[in-house]
Every structure is written in C-alpha cells, then in structure tokens.
Design a protein around this ligand. Structure first.
Ligand code: GNR
Ligand code: NI
Length: 178
C-alpha cells in the first residue's frame, strides 16, 4: 500500500480526458488500494484516478456516513470503473462542494438530485443503480474529473475567480509559515 501525491490545480493533467479501463490486472487492484489509502489519508470522500496522475476512467468513493444520527462513521468503499450516467432528474440539489485538487475551498454547486448510473466494480461486475443524496453528488463530481472538469467550472466567473484568489492567498500563507 502506498500514499500517492494528489495533483492540484492548475496542473494541466487535471484537464485531461481519461480513457476507459481495459484490463483488470494486479496493477489495477494495487492502484485501487492505493487510491483508497490516499483518499482516507487526505481525508476526502472521493478520488478520481486522474487526481493521482492516472488518466483512466476509475474513481473511488467512501462517504463514511454514520449508520445512525450521531453514530461513528462506517467505511463503505465503492469502486466505479468506466461509469456512465444514463438518466438524470430535472430536480437539482445544491451542495457546498470541495475538492482535494482545489484544497480547502468550498462553493455551492447545483447538480441533478437523482441519477441512474452504470459502472463496473473492481471485480469487473456490472452495476446499474439509482443514486441520490451525497452519493449522487460525489459521483457526478468524480465523473467530472474524468472529463477534465473541476467543481469550480460550474461557478460563475466571478465566484470562480474568488475561489482561486482565496486559494492563492492560502498557498502564500502556507509558504510563509514554512
Ligand atoms: O472530499 C471531497 N469532498 C466533497 C464534498 C462535496 C462534494 C464533492 C466532494 S469530493 C471531494 C474529494 C475530491 O476532490 N474528489 O474528487
Ligand atoms: Ni475533486
């Protein structure tokens, strides 16, 4: 197992369009394990392969939501390979999104509230499910990464510039402190 470095904006690799996974070999299983380790360590609730520099249509999600209100987080690792959204609701939901590639910055993004998605899991088994809530949001956020899209691309130019300015400022402060 290994922690992988997470790529941050404006690294041009984040703008690449990822290509389908074709071989389910040991290297893929190792990459998946390393992506989970990297995501839990960050910590984050999702990670797309391109965020660790691998331009393949692969992403992992673990919302780590408590089973009951006030309970402790339960791990529920999900692997999505070659995912496709086949239906999306007219109804939208707004959520304050963040991204490990745009560290510590948050902004409201609107997305379809309910989606139907198809994907393969780490064993190559096909899934076709209706998703809603945070899982639907997170999958759409991660699938954007596979197209080279970041959550800030969904904001108005003014809001995007504000987020990028805040990020630049935060990075300067960290550089000073170091
Ligand atoms: O950790 C993450 N949190 C998050 C919060 C709201 C909407 C999406 C996300 S995904 C993000 C991790 C990440 O950058 N995945 O690409
Ligand atoms: Ni992200």
């Amino acid at each position: 197992m290994a922690l992988l470095p997470i790529i941050e904006t404006p690294d041009p690799r984040l703008r690449k369009v990822s290509t389908p996974v074709e071989t389910f070999d040991d290297a893929l299983q190792t990459l998946i394990d390393d992506m989970f380790e990297t995501m839990y360590d960050a910590p984050g609730i999702g990670l797309a392969a391109i965020q660790v520099g691998v331009p393949q249509r692969l992403l992992v999600i673990d919302l780590q939501e408590p089973e009951e209100e006030g309970g402790k987080p339960v791990r529920k690792p999900l692997v999505f390979i070659n995912p496709e959204i086949v239906e999306e609701s007219e109804e939208v939901q707004t959520y304050s999104e963040g991204c490990l590639s745009v560290p510590d910055q948050y902004a409201d993004v609107q997305r379809p509230a309910v989606i139907r998605a198809k994907w393969l899991d780490r064993d190559g088994k096909a899934h076709d499910e209706r998703l809603e809530g945070l899982l639907a949001i997170c999958l759409q956020h991660e699938m954007d990464h596979l197209q080279g899209i970041l959550f800030i691309d969904h904001l108005s130019r003014l809001k995007r510039d504000m987020v990028l300015k805040r990020l630049a400022k935060a990075r300067k402060e960290t550089a000073k402190a170091a």
